[in-house]
Design a protein around this ligand. Structure first.
Ligand SMILES: O=P(O)(O)O[C@@H]1[C@@H](OP(=O)(O)O)[C@H](OP(=O)(O)O)[C@H](O)[C@H](OP(=O)(O)O)[C@H]1OP(=O)(O)O
Ligand SMILES: Nc1ncnc2c1ncn2[C@@H]1O[C@H](COP(=O)(O)OP(=O)(O)OP(=O)(O)O)[C@@H](O)[C@H]1O
Length: 475
């Protein structure tokens, strides 16, 4: 074992069974501090540059008294979902990341006494890979999210397949975006949460969570969207409130000015792959109706969805093209382990790190430098594929004087709003082999499921056609 870990003060009691006593090695406080600081640096020097400063809140590393941390952990333990309780909280280092509460307005602090609605969306990957390294034809037709749904349901992570498809949300087409948001509202999984005054009122924790209740949600939302009229309750009211919510969120998602400092990625890789996922029920229903190819109005360049998609598309090679490059870096590190620091694999995530990400060339000159650049771009892209968007909305009075604050109107009210991104810690280098294996599993499971479905459709058709089979006997 590593000599550096031979200090008994860094070990602590973990648990014991009949035969074994388990002690666990704790990271030193210094390591924890460095790790948290690298998250802040990455947000500040990379994500803020790419996504724009209005959307990214980097936070800061703070030191807390250990007693306070211990008491806090005990206090919140009963509220943690069971599925997360296998992860221990760090109660030893005394360091934590302090972030603003993004469920509140980030633009308008003096309105904090006003009620706040916050919608959190984890949109996932918004494009279909166009890389020529992709070997599975299915990956050029169906997006990863839609394929992954089948595996997640089979594994019991979620109860049923969602109709949400990220390509609909990222389309910039209002109709498709409405469909995507409604689908999220039907089957929130871990892609949608709604908070009222900071308290979670909608969204599920795991597959055991009760089914979504729209009328209860509408009851919470009604005062925001229909503040002064006595819109009756019942299904009509529920539909009206949900419709307003979907429209307002769509408007906010399409907002954002080109004038905000745009990341240097612009004009960045243009969307090359298909713009519609074959598994999206929206696309399928249009195809069945024999309607023309879907209109793609595109996202306005200033909006957060556009910027996030640009960063996601730093994954130009797909995991299939990336994995051999990762192996190249690995072989180099096996030979020269001391080079890990110089390669900046674990940071520092500084200006130099950011600058290297901007080179989008895909011409492989066989060097470790090329492989490393693509690996780092892939890690950044994966981070953007897994981040969440927080939209905070607070009603403003009809007669409030117009100023610089962004305002979104709904049919009966107006909201001051802010949009922020969260969960921007860079995906670890070590997770690349896992990504590669998972990708294979997702595609092969989906292909099997799709084949089984095709077979079922064929057999129904066959049965239907049996009704009018003519059996001709030889004479
Ligand atoms: O691989 P995916 O697409 O399933 O994404 C994982 C997420 O699952 P999801 O598909 O959103 O339900 C997963 O979400 P949950 O923890 O399951 O809610 C994590 O965000 C995970 O990131 P990390 O490994 O914790 O840094 C995510 O892993 P990464 O692939 O981003 O590393
Ligand atoms: N600054 C914040 N303000 C308000 N809520 C937050 C903030 N940061 C995190 N949250 C809430 O906590 C949840 C978990 O945070 P986060 O996604 O950063 O954790 P994670 O462990 O990185 O998650 P993942 O499993 O997606 O990797 C978020 O979905 C959000 O609801």
């Amino acid at each position: 074992m590593d000599e550096a870990k031979m200090d008994e003060n860094e070990w602590r009691y973990h648990g014991e069974g009949n035969k074994s006593l388990v002690v666990a090695h704790a990271q030193t406080s210094e390591e924890t501090f460095q790790h948290l600081q690298s998250i802040v640096d990455f947000s500040k020097n990379v994500m803020k540059e790419f996504l724009g400063e209005n959307y990214v809140h980097c936070g800061e590393v703070v030191q807390l008294p250990l007693d306070f941390v211990k008491q806090l952990c005990l206090k919140i333990q009963p509220e943690r979902p069971e599925s997360r309780c296998d992860k221990d909280l760090d109660t030893l280092s005394g360091y934590a990341l302090c972030l603003p509460n993004l469920a509140r307005l980030q633009t308008y602090h003096f309105a904090e006494h006003r009620p706040i609605l916050c919608v959190e969306i984890k949109p996932k990957c918004g494009f279909i890979p166009f890389s020529s390294d992709v070997t599975h034809e299915m990956k050029h037709k169906v997006c990863r999210y839609c394929m992954h749904q089948h595996l997640k349901v089979a594994n019991g992570k979620w109860k049923q397949i969602s109709k949400y498809c990220p390509l609909d949300l990222y389309s910039g087409n209002k109709q498709r975006m409405h469909f995507a948001l409604k689908s999220l509202l039907q089957e929130a999984q871990n892609n949608l949460k709604i908070f009222k005054n900071g308290e979670l009122i909608y969204g599920c924790k795991d597959s055991r969570s009760p089914a979504a209740d729209w009328s209860e949600l509408a009851h919470h939302l009604k005062p925001f969207f229909f503040p002064s009229n006595g819109l009756a309750s019942g299904p009509h009211c529920t539909r009206a409130v949900i419709r307003e919510l979907v429209r307002v969120i769509t408007r906010v998602l399409l907002s954002g000015s080109d004038k905000d400092r745009l990341g240097t990625l612009r004009p960045g890789p243009e969307l090359q792959g298909p713009r519609v996922c074959e598994a999206s029920p929206f696309g399928r229903s249009l195809r069945h109706q024999g309607k023309a190819p879907l209109e793609h109005s595109g996202l306005p360049k200033g909006c957060l969805l556009y910027r996030t998609l640009q960063v996601q598309m730093l994954d130009l090679l797909d995991i299939e093209g990336l994995y051999p490059l990762y192996r190249r870096v690995e072989r180099y590190l096996e030979e020269f382990p001391e080079e890990r620091k110089a390669l900046q694999i674990d940071g520092p995530y500084d200006e130099a790190f950011y600058q290297k990400l901007l080179d989008l060339s895909t011409e492989d000159d066989g060097t470790v430098a090329f492989a490393l650049k693509k690996v780092q771009q892939y890690r950044v892209a994966m981070t953007a594929k897994d981040c969440s968007i927080m939209i905070a909305l607070s009603p403003c009075l009809q007669d409030a004087s117009p100023d610089q604050r962004p305002i979104v109107p709904s049919s009966r009210s107006r909201f001051a709003f802010s949009v922020s991104v969260l969960d921007l810690d860079l995906k670890p280098y070590e997770s690349i082999p896992h990504q590669y294996t998972l990708d294979g599993k997702i595609v092969s499971y989906y292909s099997k499921a799709a084949r089984a479905k095709d077979a079922a459709v064929m057999s129904t058709r066959f049965k239907e056609s049996e009704d009018c089979t003519l059996v001709l006997h030889k004479v």
